[in-house]
Design a protein around this ligand. Structure first.
Ligand SMILES: Nc1ncnc2c1ncn2[C@@H]1O[C@H](COP(=O)(O)OP(=O)(O)OP(=O)(O)O)[C@@H](O)[C@H]1O
Ligand SMILES: [Mg+2]
Length: 278
């Protein structure tokens, strides 16, 4: 039987990293918005932060790393645009406030189209490994092949799951930092604590913690979490159904209702990040 040529795995990884690094050379700051926990407001905060950063004449992009549950295009009013392919790669969609968006959503035919991976045989137990690998491949292609152009900030809307940082850092060791999002619920804080420790161990620089859907002023339990992980609390964003409603209609609340307490908290968060990254 003819044997297959040896696969140069290390060479492939080096080449992939080089392609991502080349592409991101025109991006000043890459920041991941993460949590570990699902449903805590990563996507809503990413969209509003992007819009907030964009108000100061900065050029901003959002990479939707949630391949299975993409929502960045929806929240930035960029749904329905199809990606255009030029000689340099795929052009992102343009959302409100001129925010550039790359998301799996742009590639799906209609609202009824599910994200499914073709199964390449192998044992059933292998399928989650395949899925993980293919997901990482899509993320790598989004990172390496999107024509962002010059950007001041590229925000990465992370999927839920505590282990996602390792994949991201493998592709993107130059990641500038990560903002961790939690709600004040015990269930969220437990997951976020573990995810934050894991992210630090994987080599991520955690810029700080954001409390979202806060019911009172900054909760003592969130302060304990921040101290335990050794990161600052950057903002406490109140629960605000109107902010959710407008953002889910593709109009981030910071742009249309900038005077509400929630919008003000996000605008201050943007100022703080601008300062930390300058
Ligand atoms: N401060 C807030 N006040 C009220 N609703 C909010 C707030 N933040 C987020 N939401 C709403 O909560 C829901 C979950 O938010 P979002 O989708 O941003 O979470 P996520 O962490 O990205 O979730 P996933 O892990 O599934 O990607 C959405 O309907 C969103 O509009
Ligand atoms: Mg999300």
């Amino acid at each position: 039987m003819e044997s297959l040529p040896p696969v140069d795995v290390l060479g492939q990884v080096v080449a992939q990293r080089a392609a991502v690094a080349r592409r991101l050379a025109s991006v000043r700051h890459v920041v991941a918005i993460a949590s570990g926990k699902g449903g805590v407001g990563k996507s809503l905060l990413t969209a509003n932060l992007a819009a907030a950063l964009g108000t100061e004449a900065a050029k901003v992009g959002v990479l939707d790393a949630d391949i299975h549950g993409p929502s960045a295009a929806l929240m930035l009013g960029a749904r329905g645009q199809r990606p255009q392919f030029g000689p340099e790669g795929a052009r992102p969609a343009i959302g409100v406030g001129d925010v550039r968006v790359m998301s799996m959503d742009l590639f799906l035919k209609d609202d009824g189209t599910a994200v499914r991976w073709r199964h390449y045989g192998g044992l059933a137990e292998d399928s989650f490994v395949w899925r993980g690998t293919l997901e990482a491949n899509v993320l790598r292609e989004f990172l390496a092949d999107t024509e962002w152009g010059e950007l001041d900030y590229l925000l990465i809307d992370m999927p839920p799951g505590a282990d996602r940082f390792e994949t991201l850092l493998r592709l993107l060791p130059e990641l500038r930092g990560a903002v961790m999002i939690t709600t004040p619920s015990e269930a969220s804080m437990l997951v976020v604590r573990r995810a934050s420790v894991g992210a630090k161990q994987a080599g991520a620089r955690l810029l700080g913690l954001v409390e979202n859907m806060a019911e009172t002023a900054e909760s003592g339990r969130v302060r304990e979490l921040a101290d335990a992980v050794g990161i600052p609390i950057l903002a406490s964003v109140p629960f605000d159904p109107k902010l959710a409603q407008s953002t889910e209609n593709g109009r981030p609340g910071v742009l249309i209702n900038p005077e509400t307490p929630a919008a003000r908290a996000i605008l201050e968060l943007a100022d703080r990040l601008r300062g930390m990254l300058a």
